[in-house]
Ligand binder design. Structure first.
Ligand code: ACO
Length: 429
């Protein structure tokens, strides 16, 4: 049988090395022994943006980008979107198995009974300007939770980790709804423990203060739950990496989640769905699409909602979301931007530029259209992504904390600056 090793010859010295290969991977530290002089630092690997570096072992989410496969704990995303709920999926991500009936009941109970936030949080949210971006409010407020739960620092205590998990998953929709109502000048609606997770979210967003028997349309409740399932985790993406990197210095998970939210905020990650809507509005009419595509191909901007670091075939979430979009439009009416989106997708999928670069619609291409049809302002889009991704972030964080191979995340650099300068007083420069 062929040896599972890599033979390396250092042509600077003629020395040979045998580097073990495990799981199709070589360890960067095995290259450190390769040096010219005994006191050399040793060979490093250079990988800006981690395009070919595994930073952890993980059993949470599996992606085959070439085949368009996404699985949580081995379960295909298509099956979970059809049969599961967000809370059950969150349990799966966090516990490595689907819950039995009793476990599910307890889990849902624990999340439901942690949806309230401290009254001071309400005042904290009130402190933001009425025109603040709700994602900025979310980042700040999740970070502020750290000051309410000092036991969050007990990151080595499994029970404390479980408690923070409930709090984080439960309180994200409450904070998001507070932020939403703050921007509209509407009074806060408290969580309703008799409702499902997505229905309670709808209630906190849209219920009128004097409305006693609010119930969201079941199609919209289900659509929000499906969107939450699709966004729950996506292995080592930018925000999960932020969660792990910040969590690796062992602050409480509220602080680490604030960092993950900040990473998600950017237009190349969770901010992309907002950008898709800006783009569709800018295009404005189907007749302007060819000109827009021409500009993208000339390097003047990107086709937002297209392309993915990992999926080079298609994003399986985009397929499910497209179906959900039609179900929502049947209830709330067709989003007028849908026709532009469909035509844009059709042209891009046939165009050599996009085909050769393997650029396909990603999850964000259609999610924004659904959010807009549901009545959300653009600024809420990344917030709607952050709520369910919290389950993934916390699952990634818990896996990192309990992984004996993990340490504080601290990459190396190739220094390119000056050396051995001599300080000159300011008056003499
Ligand atoms: N529109 C036009 N061209 C694109 C796009 C796009 N959306 N995405 C990539 N390209 C081009 C690049 O210009 C590059 O072309 P070149 O080889 O001629 O230079 C080539 O395709 C490869 O692009 P990279 O930037 O190297 O791809 P990378 O894997 O680093 O980027 C990313 C992935 C950031 C998602 C990118 O495709 C992008 O910016 N897409 C638009 C933003 C977006 O939709 N983000 C959401 C991602 S999904 C999520 O976060 C949930």
């Amino acid at each position: 049988m062929a040896k599972e090793t890599l033979s390396v010859t250092d042509n600077r010295t003629g020395k040979q090395y045998e580097i073990p290969i495990e799981d199709g991977t070589v360890r960067a530290m095995d290259f450190r022994q390769i040096r010219v002089e005994d006191d050399d630092f040793g060979l490093m690997t250079y990988d800006p943006a981690f395009t070919n570096t595994a930073s952890c072992r993980s059993a949470i989410t599996y992606i085959d980008g070439d085949k368009g496969i996404l699985e949580y704990r081995g379960y295909p995303i298509e099956q979970l979107a059809e049969h599961s709920t967000y809370l059950e999926t969150a349990y799966l991500l966090l516990n490595d198995k689907l819950p039995n009936e009793k476990e599910l009941k307890e889990w849902v109970h624990n999340i439901t009974y942690h949806t309230m936030v401290h009254e001071n949080i309400k005042r904290f949210v009130d402190g933001f300007n009425y025109d603040s971006h709700p994602m900025g409010m979310l980042i700040g407020t999740v970070g502020a939770l750290s000051t309410y739960y000092p036991d969050g620092k007990d990151v080595d205590d499994a029970q404390a980790r479980e408690l923070q998990t409930w709090r984080l998953i439960a309180k994200m929709p409450t904070i998001a709804a507070y932020a939403y109502r703050r921007t509209r000048g509407l009074p806060i609606i408290y969580p309703d423990n008799a409702m499902s997770f997505p229905a309670n979210f709808c209630s906190m967003l849209w219920r009128h203060v004097s409305e006693k028997d609010y119930r969201p349309d079941p199609v919209l409740e289900k659509a929000i739950d499906v969107l939450f399932i699709l966004h729950a985790d996506h292995e080592q993406n930018c925000s999960a990496n932020a969660m792990r990197a910040v969590g690796s210095s062992r602050p409480d998970p509220f602080s680490a989640t604030a960092a993950a939210c900040a990473a998600l905020y950017g237009p190349l990650h969770g901010g992309a769905n907002e950008e898709v809507l800006h783009m569709l509005n800018e295009i404005g009419d189907i007749k302007n699409i060819p000109d827009f595509i021409k500009r993208v191909k000339a390097g003047e901007g990107r086709l937002m909602g297209f392309g993915h670091r990992v999926y080079k075939n298609y994003d399986p979430r985009a397929k499910i979301i497209k179906k959900t979009a039609y179900e929502v439009f049947d209830v709330v009416g067709r989003n007028p931007l849908l026709d532009i989106a469909l035509e844009l997708e059709k042209i891009a999928l046939e165009d050599e530029y996009f085909v050769s670069r393997k650029l396909y619609p990603n999850v964000d291409f259609y999610s924004g259209l659904i959010y807009q049809a549901l009545g959300f302002p653009l600024e809420m889009f990344p917030v709607l992504f952050a709520i369910p991704r919290t389950a993934g972030w916390v699952a990634q964080w818990r896996e990192m904390i309990t992984d004996p191979e993990q340490k504080i995340a601290r990459p190396r650099q190739i220094y390119t600056g000056a050396r051995e300068q001599t300080y000159v007083p300011v008056g003499q420069r």
